[in-house]
Write a protein that binds this ligand. Structure first.
Ligand code: HEC
Length: 167
């Protein structure tokens, strides 16, 4: 295991090196912002399907969120309203629609990744390997940027977390 982590660490270093020698402005920051060297990060990155990918995704959220395990009901209610107004054209809770079902998303993805998908979908589907894969799975449908503020996206995330605590 230790050896594997080390190898992956090297891989990440390489990617970082390449990014930095290229145009690398924003990627560079992202890669450094995420504590790429820790075992936990590497394992999560593997879980996302690609070793070496930034597990937070691409976008404005590059700090680990450290959410409390308890759900903030008020925030979740606000998030539900926003979701119903701006997301249900393409997402259902339980079923696939234009985009993926929402149920289980907080188990599939990190909170930072979800926030970036909401706040910067155009970057995510161009640069994040998991988001790119989703575009293929959903027949080229493009997740639209709904112009949410970070606060609004956080409320929607709380609603998603609430959904995933209900079985
Ligand atoms: C125009 C249709 C459309 C709208 C509107 C839309 N989405 Fe999406 N969404 C998609 C598609 C399609 C995908 C899959 C990635 C892709 O193909 O771009 C996706 C992916 C996602 C994902 C990743 C799901 C997963 O399984 O990893 C999240 C989270 C998400 N959307 C949240 C939202 C939220 C929150 C809103 C409202 C603020 C929203 N979406 C509005 C189409 C949409």
């Amino acid at each position: 295991m230790k050896k594997k982590v080390l190898t992956l660490g090297l891989g990440m270093g390489l990617i970082l090196g390449i990014t930095m020698s290229g145009c690398g402005s924003e990627n560079e920051e992202g890669a450094e912002g995420a504590p790429a060297g820790t075992t936990e990060q590497v394992e999560r990155a593997e879980g996302e399907g690609e070793s070496g990918a930034n597990p937070f995704g691409v976008g404005p959220i590059q700090e680990e969120m450290n959410l409390p395990s308890e759900i903030d009901e008020q925030l979740a209610a606000k998030g539900e309203e926003i979701f119903k107004a701006k997301c249900t054209a393409c997402h259902k809770i339980e079923e696939k629609y234009v985009g993926p079902p929402i149920k289980g998303v907080t188990e599939r993805r990190r909170p930072e990744w979800i926030m970036n998908m909401i706040l910067a979908p155009e970057k995510m589907i161009q640069q994040d390997p998991v988001a790119k894969q989703l575009v293929l799975e959903y027949n080229g449908a493009i997740m639209a940027n709904q112009g949410l503020t970070e606060e609004e996206a956080r409320a929607v995330l709380e609603y998603f977390r609430k959904i995933d605590t209900q079985s």
